[in-house]
Design a protein around this ligand. Sequence first.
Ligand SMILES: Cc1ncc(COP(=O)(O)O)c(C=O)c1O
Length: 473
Amino acid sequence: MIKNHTGQTNSARRDIASTIHPYTNLKLHEAEGPLVIAEGDGVFVRGEDGKMYLEGLAGLWCVSLGFSERRLADAAYRQLLKLPFYHNFAHKATEIGIELAEKLLSIAPVPMSKVFFVNSGSEANDTAVKLVWYYNNAIGRARKKKIISRTKAYHGVTVASASLTGLANNHRDFDLPIANILHVECPHFYRFSLSGETEEAFASRMADSLEQRILSEDPNTVAALIAEPIMGAGGVILPPATYWEKIQRVLRQYDVLLIADEVICGFGRVGEVWGSSVYGLKPDMLTCAKALSSGYIPIGAVMLSEAIYDVLVRQSEKIGVFSHGFTYGGHPVSAAVALETLRIYEEDDTLSHVRRMAPLMQAGLQRFADHPLVGEIRGIGLIGAVELVADKAAKAPFDPVSAVGPFLAKRAHHHGLIVRAVGDSIAFCPPLIINETELNLMFERFRLALDDTFGMVRERGLVESALVPAAAN
Ligand SMILES: Cc1ncc(COP(=O)(O)O)c(C=O)c1O
């Protein structure tokens, strides 16, 4: 492959000249350029330099069936030949869209009435917010509009969904969040529990604090809580024991709707089809995307309860139209790929495979628990994270300026593994089809990157002094 004097390939130079990259330091990108991915094979992707990377994050938490599932390509091709576009506006429908909606309703974690198709997780959550507002206006609760989210939640990047996202950089200088979006505490037991507090007591404190917030805002102004059953992009944060039952008790008491964001959890990631099933969530609305099509094609969906649907029907009759919808919502090619994805999950019994691999994945992660850099290991099913700390005993994080997590992710790339650094938490979310050998390879490569990182932080004196060899002190 031809490289110029900066070591950049031709395609890297063209990328720098032409493309803005999401979630990227744009200045650094101008100097370093992209890793250009050329093709995929199972749980691996190949860089244009020929190097094979194990994709430890399934792309962006989505490529559940790996990067070479022929059936999905065939399903798209067949549908492209048959009917490449149609929409759902103004009483139009497609057979494939109807079939997908029926399938989703049949596997919903709680009885759901209808499906509204969108193209992404962000659009799904934006739609959910709009539906909550429309619903409360329709039933004469014009003040009940506030949506509660949580610090470290990830719900997307459109104006409303970025407002729901509880990460500072998603708001900073974007003039977000918009009005009527609130954030309550992140239920991360390791980080935010008090000394001696049990998980149950911590969960009670989180629920009490939610209740206090609803009361201080005025329950007549609080419409809904949106939440991922387990928080993904904020660092793979699992709810503490009893959290969801306590939170839902508060929501019921103050007539606050629950929107479950299943964009990462949905379709088997956590060892059940839905995160809601694992933790007993009873959502009024559910949003999903990503593994709905194994990430092969953009599609998302919002499912909603009969009670909400009934109100939408009445209100649209009153106004004359339900004025919401995306050109590509329910696109037949996306629907065909999604339907084929759901068929493969069933025919291959992907869920049973996940349940067989999950203990290996979680045990593999736990093997790093004793490492001096590791503060917490967390995970469930085929998702997990390793949180790096400067001082294990004190749980002291590194100064974010040191960018220890990103350093590890870069070393992982060097060793042929793609993982994501969420600050100093390293997230793992491999394709659901990963096998035992590949899991072992993922952890072998991670260990190399972790050891490299340990070397770097000791050299730079970033860890507690006991870990730094005498000569370096
Ligand atoms: C839980 C959750 N919700 C919503 C989104 C946003 O989805 P998209 O990037 O498809 O808009 C994501 C993306 O990572 C997510 O993890």
